[in-house]
Design a protein around this ligand. Structure first.
Ligand SMILES: [Fe+2]
Length: 189
């Protein structure tokens, strides 16, 4: 069930060319921009790879990507259920990468729920992201926020979430996929 590094490269280079919802970038552009922001910020290689792969679930379950696409166009019907894309990739990545890569992928939606308890963050979300927040359980309660912050790699997950939110810029230059495939190989088990 585990993906090889070649499988991941082919997913990013092939299906990754699809548009990222109605954002101005492809899934691959989004992944590369997210990884580049993490790298520019001086994150560890594990966190950079987590940033690259945080939405891999969308490429493994095309239906969930379509759902996001439908959700992203204002005025169109919004999906009625959470796509749970943060969990889809995990069975395929267990045994391939260490917890420092897997945890921020698993937690990037919980990180959004946590950040929505912080002043001003909710206002920065797109209409689709505000809608999906409701399906994802809404902002954390105090107990949920406390439990989240006890998770290993909670801080890294919050930072990946910030890079995720910023990684939607049309025509932004990034290092090529090959640069990040080398980083994947460096941290692979
Ligand atoms: Fe993302």
């Amino acid at each position: 069930m585990a993906l090889t590094l070649d499988d991941i490269a082919q997913l990013l280079a092939g299906p990754g060319q699809r548009q990222y919802g109605h954002e101005a970038v492809s899934q691959l552009d989004h992944a590369l921009q997210c990884a580049a922001l993490a790298e520019e910020a001086g994150e560890t290689t594990e966190t950079v790879v987590a940033a690259l792969l945080h939405d891999l679930g969308h490429l493994l379950a095309p239906g969930s990507a379509q759902q996001e696409e439908e959700a992203s166009e204002e005025g169109e019907a919004m999906p009625a259920r959470d796509d749970l894309h943060q969990y889809i990739a995990l069975p395929f990545l267990h045994g391939v990468f260490p917890p420092g890569v897997l945890a921020p992928i698993r937690l990037h939606v919980e990180a959004k729920r946590y950040l929505c308890t912080q002043d001003g963050y909710w206002d920065t979300l797109s209409p689709a992201s505000k809608h999906s927040l409701v399906l994802q359980g809404g902002p954390h309660t105090q107990d949920e926020a406390d439990a989240f912050m006890r998770e290993p790699f909670a801080d890294e997950s919050l930072r990946v979430r910030r890079y995720d939110d910023l990684a939607k810029v049309r025509d932004k230059a990034t290092p090529p996929l090959a640069h990040y495939l080398r980083k994947m190989a460096q941290v692979a088990l």
